[in-house]
Design a protein around this ligand. Sequence first.
Ligand code: UDP
Length: 327
Amino acid sequence: MKVLVTGGAGYIGSHTLKALRNEDIETLTFDNLSTGHEWALLGSKLFVGDLSDFESINKAILYFKPDAVMHFAASIQVGESVLNPLLYYTNNLKNTINLLNAMVKNNIEKVVFSSSAAVYGTPHNNNPVQEMCTNSPINPYGQTKLMTEKILSDMANAKQIKYIALRYFNAAGADKDIEIGQAYKFATHLITRALKTAKGEFEKLEIYGTDYPTPDGTCIRDYIHVGDLALAHVLSLKALFNNIKNEVFNVGYGNGYSVKEVISKVKKVTNIDFNVCSAPRREGDPPFLVADSSKIKQMLGWQPKYNDLEYIINTAWEWEKKLSKIQ
Ligand code: UDP
């Protein structure tokens, strides 16, 4: 089987590439290397191109003739999307339409799409969210993910495509062999920033909002190890070839940790007591976002292996230390 992977040089894409290779699935990464890294491919094939250029993605598809596509390439920072919405509507929506047009033109039907828990906006209560919960994103990033899901659904109705959309909760951690991990130049995600603060790259870690309606006043999230996300992609791909199609799945553990709890764990794992301070709320952040993932467990048999915040942080820390030597 051959899979074209957009954004395969990025964080979740590269971990999924590794998981696909372990299943002997042939891949071609399509990536503009704007935030991803060639070393993250661990030697697998790369086509350097940009999804803003229809001819480029069309050429990659004509050359590789994939049986399916995994679409990771996107801009992913909630805060940035609030400040620069057009960047998000262009990268995540317009460019995805180029990809979908190229797929239709070349009769490629199957796609696994990287969606996000951001599609839920602010859930009505502090219970794990199910896929059928009302969708009203509170930031442009979440809007682009929800709009893409709607496009996929409309195309599926028109019998042009078969899709599975995975709504990721907070991806974190690094490959169990510490060969790859998160390596953005401008890290914004909590665990990565906390680890970089422990390493001394930042003077202090800011907590964005300490007056949320949660037990300790800080936001609660469901942190999921990137290896379990990669597994969800492999299962989704196989499902598309077994007549499971046009489904949306949450991918998280169902455990919520507050920002303060995550920081304590990072201090414990690293054994470094770094500076932390309160800062204003970041726009676009819901107070509580935790997954109910029973659907993917039931329908795809997804069984997470790394459901342990300490393990997640530990792999990310090992990776951070290695990254200091690479960069
Ligand atoms: N956060 C924080 N300080 C940071 C980075 C993040 O307080 O330096 C908070 C952020 O406001 C959110 C949570 O940590 O409540 C998780 O944010 P992250 O950016 O990791 O992921 P998101 O939930 O936005 O996808």
